[in-house]
Design a protein. Structure first.
Length: 116
């Protein structure tokens, strides 16, 4: 707030005054930011606990994969890649598969082949 030269002064509540001429203002801003930070950490902690409990019950499985092994666009992209006549950029534009997902899928398939 100080960097942007913003202050807050309440008409009804005399304690809510963050102008520079009020010695209490720096303390008030520090306390408000501390409470905000505390509240955010509590939310994250409760969320983490909830996810752990849901996992124990088998109800939380995480984010679903967009590109499964039966995804036609990804399979077509892999086929084009194996043919070797197109660049990765062209393949991703043709198949509408994201570049990061494409590279991730190639890496996964290479790891599976090296295991077998």
């Amino acid at each position: 707030m100080k960097n942007r030269e913003v202050s807050l002064k309440s008409i009804k509540d005399s304690w809510l005054d963050t102008t520079e001429d009020n010695p209490f203002s720096e303390f008030l801003v520090t306390v408000m930011s501390g409470l905000s930070q505390y509240e955010r950490k509590m939310i994250k902690m409760l969320q983490k606990e909830g996810i752990e409990q849901a996992k124990k019950k088998g109800k939380f499985k995480g984010r679903l994969k967009k590109y499964t092994t039966s995804h036609s666009g990804m399979n077509h992209a892999i086929e084009l890649y194996q043919q070797g006549d197109k660049t990765v950029k062209e393949i991703c534009e043709i198949t509408r598969v994201s570049r990061s997902a494409f590279y991730r899928e190639i890496k996964e398939r290479e790891n599976k082949q090296s295991i077998n």
